[in-house]
Ligand binder design. Structure first.
Ligand SMILES: [Fe+2]
Length: 147
């Protein structure tokens, strides 16, 4: 059974970001599977690294999108990404140094953060893009009328 299940409610309406989120879910589920199936430390470590690396890549893509479209909540949103990144990179370092292992608690934290962040923060980007596109199409219609 997966630790996180993709549902329609997670769609924010921006295709690239939605695909990234689905891939993040699959990487988290893969890490969870490896953990539950007691796979080797090497395998668990590489799956976990893939998850963290992809999350960091995804955040930068999302931030570039917010910047490009003039999303007003960029600074606050970026702060959420940065706090999370700092936390998981510390965890990753501890894992590689042998100071801590991957636990159900950690996987639950990742699951909870990811789903909450998408449902409360990332959806705002989608909403903003919808209203921005609406404003744009209204603007171009006005131009048409004036011509
Ligand atoms: Fe985000």
């Amino acid at each position: 059974m997966p630790i996180i299940e993709w549902k329609k409610q997670y769609l924010i309406g921006e295709q690239q970001i939605d695909l990234h989120h689905q891939y993040l879910f699959s990487l988290l589920n893969k890490t969870y599977d490896d953990f539950v199936n007691k796979e080797s430390a090497d395998r668990l470590s590489s799956t976990f690294d893939d998850l963290i690396d992809y999350a960091i890549y995804h955040f930068s893509t999302e931030e570039q999108l917010m910047e490009r479209c003039g999303f007003p909540g960029l600074a606050e949103h970026k702060k959420e990404h940065d706090l999370f990144t700092k936390k998981v990179v510390d965890i990753q370092k501890g894992y590689h140094d042998g100071e801590r292992g991957i636990s159900l608690e950690l996987l639950s934290f990742l699951q909870d953060w990811l789903s909450t962040h998408i449902l409360l923060s990332d959806v705002e980007i989608g909403r903003y893009l919808v209203s921005r596109n609406r404003r744009k199409s209204l603007g171009s219609r006005n131009i048409d009328i004036n011509v």
